[in-house]
Design a protein around this ligand. Structure first.
Ligand code: ZN
Length: 452
């Protein structure tokens, strides 16, 4: 069932059609049984490593990570319920969602009536199989569609069934992957996508393929920031990564959690705990520009912002997504399949990430070197450099705003907000002033205190 042959289609679509490229990569990863730990996670990272240099890290069972301990590794080979003819009524080989993720091993004979309380279905969506997990009890269970359940219910009677979960818990490790792309400085931009769900597309293959695509694009671009991309299981993976990398967290200037980015709902951004970090203000700018549909305040619920924005960590890390988790019918069910995500939505999400990163890369703070009165711009040849006549007026306006507000405490986002001028226009004007030595980069940090 785990067909992950190299896909020539993925490679062929690389340059021209990012949406299709990402969808094809998601299709390739879809059958792999990812979980909190285990071989499926390693296999996923090995596939990603064919496209971007992923370093695979293994954190051994028993390693303390803040208030937690890395658990034993769960492995599964097969799981089924078969009738007395050997026919499989429930079959892990048909869908890895059919086993409750984390189920304990079992070999037993029991009747359908005895088995039924262990079976999860979605009566309101009778053709979908639910996705369920149970890692922290000694439990086990199966999932199936309501339709298949009803069929079995009418057929099986009181015959003995063979119930097999060929799984194990053993000392092993928690696996995560990292892509590191050095920039001009060691200041870092962190992108994070959770990797722990089996055959589900939006949650979170969408985040994984967008992060992978971004890594490919950013690898060939000249950047101020070093970019670190982390693929790890939700919750415990994020906690593990943070615990292991705690000494280096101060390098991270901006972060973004990428999840649920392939469905058709509009884009939404959830602010970091800091609320007005640069990444939050960049997202606010894109919201006002119409790129991001909605902005949400921080809350300690949801995805791995619960860890990255916990009070003792408090990274400037927002979350980009489309549909809210738990708020769409297909959530955590086989309805979240490859048809639920679209190349178009993936590409639009990718575009929003590119725009956000573009702003973070160029959002500098400058200092005016001639702050007493306006400088005599004609003397510097600035007007000749204005270029096309049609935007001269706007560029001149941008220059005047910049010369006034570049006092070392306002970054370009702040100046854009106060002037109402587009970020890219201000960036262009700033680079012009910089080239004429009228402003210099400010040494001061441009963190979240400069709100106008
Ligand atoms: Zn989930």
């Amino acid at each position: 069932m785990q067909n992950t042959q190299p896909s020539t289609q993925v490679m062929a679509a690389d340059a021209a059609e990012p949406g299709r490229w990402m969808h094809q990569l998601a299709s390739r990863l879809f059958p792999i049984h990812r979980s909190m730990s285990g071989e499926g996670n390693r296999e996923t990272l090995r596939v990603l490593n064919e496209y971007v240099p992923v370093k695979i890290h293994e954190v051994p069972t028993g390693t303390p990570v803040f208030d937690w301990t890395v658990p034993r590794e769960w492995s599964i080979r097969d799981a089924y319920v078969a009738d007395d003819q050997g026919r499989r009524i429930i079959d892990y080989r048909q869908s890895n969602l059919q086993i409750v993720n984390g189920s304990n091993p079992l070999r037993a004979r029991m009747t359908w009536a005895e088995l039924k309380p262990r079976i999860h279905t979605l009566p309101e969506h009778p053709d979908w199989i639910p996705y369920r997990t149970d890692f922290f009890t000694d439990g086990w269970g199966f999932c199936m569609s309501q339709r298949a359940f009803d069929h079995a219910d009418g057929q099986v009677g009181d015959r003995q069934l063979e119930v097999v979960i060929d799984a194990s818990y053993a000392d092993g490790s928690l696996t995560y992957g990292e892509v590191f792309l050095p920039g001009k400085t060691d200041r870092e931009l962190l992108l994070y996508a959770h990797l722990c769900h089996p055959s589900l597309a939006n949650d979170n293959l969408s985040g994984i393929v967008i992060a992978t695509r971004l890594a490919r694009e950013l690898a060939s671009a000249e950047r101020y920031y070093s970019v670190r991309i982390v693929f790890a299981p939700a919750t415990l993976g994020a906690i593990t990564w943070l615990a292991i990398n705690e000494a280096n967290l101060s390098r991270i200037d901006h972060g973004l959690i990428l999840t649920l980015l392939g469905d058709r709902a509009p884009l939404s951004y959830k602010r970091s705990r800091r609320a007005h970090a640069v990444v939050d203000r960049a997202a606010e700018y894109l919201h006002e520009a119409g790129t991001i549909g909605s902005l949400h305040e921080f809350s300690p619920l949801g995805y791995d912002e619960r860890q990255f924005c916990s009070p003792g960590i408090d990274l400037p890390m927002g979350r980009l997504m489309r549909s809210e988790h738990g708020q769409f019918d297909q959530y955590h069910s086989s309805g979240d399949d490859l048809d639920f995500i679209t190349p178009r939505a993936l590409e639009e999400s990718l575009d929003a990430c590119r725009s956000l990163i573009h702003i973070l890369e160029n959002n500098r703070t400058y200092q005016n070197r001639k702050p007493k009165g306006e400088p005599q711009l004609g003397e510097y040849g600035i007007y000749r450099a204005f270029g096309k006549a049609d935007d001269r007026g706007q560029l001149q306006e941008a220059i005047l705003w910049l010369l006034n507000l570049t006092d070392g405490t306002n970054d370009l986002l702040s100046i854009s907000r106060r002037s109402g001028l587009p970020f890219d226009l201000l960036d262009r004007a700033a680079k012009l002033l910089l080239s004429h030595d009228l402003i210099v980069h400010s040494e001061e940090s441009y963190d979240d205190c400069h709100i106008l």
